[in-house]
Design a protein around this ligand. Structure first.
Ligand code: ADP
Ligand code: MG
Length: 295
């Protein structure tokens, strides 16, 4: 492609809400055959809501909400914000302070609240940490919620699991159509997330993606991209979070959501200004058009 054609393509991209880091980016876009999509904040809005509280037998619902709400208030994670906001809304109290707050990236959080050692996070992480199994009743609730595409957070204090919190995200209204259009262009979509397998599959089914890689630790997202590349695939990755940055940089074409974190944007070749996945489709079309008119 001539430099002029690429410059024109770059300008056209800006009109479509696609910021392109350099004209050469359009050349690599054309080769892509696989599009790895982060789930939370990319395919979904990432604006989560606390929708259910399930205390364990013998535990007060209010205590689960107050202690977990206070703990999560110290975290910026979208799940944490949903839980803190939900606790405030339901309890209508000032949440207690947290001491010795600690964040285990991609797993959960812990700290001291009201004199209790409290933790909240992935059910598997909590169970490992505390060497405990979930009571049968809670396990049934967990499976039902996850199968509906929801994320379940386990809450415990003083060495025992005390309840589950169910958090719901929603698909962005354009995600399904964007995935269908990516397929129509001959690209294979893959859904990548740290969330549990059941929830990831449910969201995948809603949006039209059957290739799902779930329960991936933040530092392992980059490994998933590399494995696809080793298998001969040319990979575009679309993401928004700090935990997507390494994978965005590793991919053949990194695409950041303009609504996401600066770290993700810096690691990417393209930014979708409005955070609408359909702009990723526009980017592929644009690059194909730009490169074919000038051959
Ligand atoms: P994603 O890939 O969906 O952006 P993360 O890697 O940030 O997810 O987190 C993976 C999982 O770790 C979440 O689905 C949740 O179960 C758990 N988790 C992470 N941070 C928190 C938190 N602050 N509170 C509760 N659970 C958390
Ligand atoms: Mg995300």
């Amino acid at each position: 492609a001539t430099p002029t054609a690429l410059m024109v393509g770059t300008g056209r991209g800006a009109q479509l809400g696609i910021l392109i880091k350099g004209p050469e980016v359009l050349e690599s876009t054309r080769q892509v055959d696989t599009v790895v999509l982060d789930k939370t904040g990319t395919v979904t809005t990432g604006q989560m809501q606390l929708v259910e509280v399930r205390p364990a037998a013998g535990t007060a619902r209010e205590d689960v909400l107050r202690l977990a709400g206070a703990l999560e208030d110290a975290s910026e994670h979208p799940i944490a914000r949903a839980i803190a906001a939900g606790a405030r809304r339901e309890l209508d109290v000032v949440l207690p302070a947290v001491e010795q707050f600690s964040n285990s990236q991609g797993l959960g959080v812990s700290g001291i609240v009201d004199g209790h050692a409290v933790a909240a996070g992935r059910v598997s992480w909590m169970a490992d940490e505390w060497a405990q199994h979930l009571a049968a009743g809670l396990r049934a609730d967990l499976e039902a919620a996850e199968s509906a595409g929801r994320t379940v957070v386990a809450v415990g204090w003083d060495g025992a699991l005390r309840g589950l919190l169910v958090v719901a995200d929603t698909l962005k209204p354009t995600s399904r159509q964007a995935v269908a259009e990516l397929r129509a262009l001959g690209l294979r979509p893959v859904l990548l997330t740290g969330d549990n397998v059941r929830a990831a599959r449910a969201i995948g089914a809603e949006v039209g993606i059957d290739e799902v890689v779930a329960e991936v630790m933040p530092e392992d997202k980059v490994r998933v991209v590399r494995e696809l590349q080793d298998a001969g695939r040319v990979v575009a990755m679309v993401g928004d979070g700090v935990n997507d940055a390494a994978a965005l940089a590793q991919s053949d074409l990194g695409i950041a959501m303009g609504t996401g974190t600066d770290v993700a944007i810096e690691a990417s070749d393209l930014t979708l200004v409005r955070g609408d996945l359909r702009a990723a489709v526009d980017a592929v079309r644009l690059s194909r058009r730009t490169l074919s008119t000038i051959k």
